[in-house]
Ligand binder design. Structure first.
Ligand code: NDP
Length: 342
């Protein structure tokens, strides 16, 4: 940590999310500062650095891996394509730096295990960047479930969709390339939101899954999932059904139905929208609008606060690994047509 008590971050991978969401979020945070940026080219790193007052070092990936400028940062935010998280987590851990790693933690269960092992062997904190866990509406839903306001949860339905080829109109993008995205395009990128939010809200985990995918549009020729539907039986007995699509109208929702009531959040998973939250508990029905907070500022400040106070940040690597185990089971279930034990 720097002398003024802020946590200095190296940002690894300067894609749109880093430049348009993470950097402004860090700028508006209380405890964080961007001091190092890492990119494929010096030119891009220099250009991004020039837009800030705080960056002291602009590095290439090779320079970062070699440990250059490692006195200039305390923590590393890894925001590269899924299959390129591991090398940067390994380097960060080797240099004793705390890691905030984007979701999904890696491209496969085996590589995700290596991410967790790297942080353990370097004895550095590892948090996976599930921004929904900072969201006030989602956190309220978790409290209501925990306090029994809807009785015992019975069923959950979560949905997230977008039209990927309009959001990122590049047929060669990494999200459609199995070598970089991992098991597929839709559950890895979008289905993980309802799945992880269900785990967080219910405080429970999947034990078995079933799934069906379709992929017809030519952009999805190399991946199994353009549209995905999967359902998971959780260890508390709740049935969680999720749908996700990379080629449909932008939409998101999350509903928990219990023995005595229900909670509905819609929209929920995109960062910039007011959430409409409906809670029915017995005869009572309450509707509230929850304005969006900057989830990334919350996430960075929470992570930095943990580092500064010596607390262990959550969600940790094991939590991220549990998602990937469930997601691998979802892809296997869709492939075989069989139910798969997680
Ligand atoms: P982008 O494609 O926008 O950016 C990824 C960046 O990674 C590129 O700009 C590039 O940066 C770098 N990179 C390094 N190697 C490669 C390669 N071989 N191919 C492509 N890019 C490469 O991706 P996102 O920022 O959208 O996603 C990055 C990670 O963040 C993913 O794991 C994704 O799931 C996660 N994410 C999470 C979000 C959330 O809400 N929590 C939202 C969006 C993404 P450079 O040019 O600087 O080298």
């Amino acid at each position: 940590r720097s002398e003024d008590g802020t946590v200095r971050f190296a940002l690894v991978g300067l894609g749109w999310w880093t430049r348009e969401e993470a950097m402004p979020a860090i700028e508006s945070s209380t405890f964080c500062e961007t001091t190092v940026v890492v990119s494929g080219s010096h030119e891009k790193a220099d250009r991004v650095a020039a837009d800030t007052d705080t960056v002291t070092d602009a590095l290439t990936y090779d320079e970062f891996l070699d440990g250059e400028a490692r006195d200039a940062y305390d923590a590393v935010y890894v925001v590269t394509p899924n299959a390129l998280h591991l090398p940067y987590v390994e380097a960060a851990a080797e240099y004793g730096k705390a890691v905030l790693c984007e979701k999904p933690i890696e491209a496969s269960v085996e590589r995700a295990e290596r991410v967790v092992a790297a942080a353990e062997s370097g004895d550095v904190p590892l948090m996976v960047a599930y921004r929904m866990q900072t969201d006030p509406a989602v956190r309220r839903a978790r409290e209501l479930v925990r306090d029994g306001e809807i009785g015992d949860p019975v069923q959950v339905h979560g949905h997230m969709s977008q039209r990927l080829m309009e959001v990122i109109p590049d047929p060669d993008q990494w999200r459609l390339d199995p070598d970089l995205t991992g098991y597929g395009a839709t559950v890895m990128d979008l289905g993980i939101y309802p799945l992880n939010t269900a785990r967080f809200v219910l405080d429970a985990d999947p034990v078995s899954v079933g799934a069906q995918f379709t992929a017809e549009h030519e952009a999805f020729a190399d991946v199994p999932d353009e549209h995905a539907s999967f359902e998971a039986t959780f260890d508390d007995g709740t049935e969680v059904s999720c749908t996700a699509s990379q080629n449909a109208q932008r939409a998101s929702s999350f509903r928990v139905v219990g023995t005595e009531g229900e909670i509905l959040l819609e929209p929920v998973f995109y960062p910039d929208q007011t959430r409409f939250m409906t809670v029915r508990s017995g005869e009572q029905r309450v509707e509230v609008q929850v304005p969006p907070v900057n989830q990334m500022t919350e996430e960075f400040d929470y992570f930095a606060d943990c580092l500064l106070s010596g607390a262990s940040p959550h969600p940790d690597g094991e939590h991220g690994l549990a998602d990937l185990r469930a997601i691998a089971a979802v892809y296997e279930a869709a492939d075989t047509g069989e139910r798969v034990v997680v």
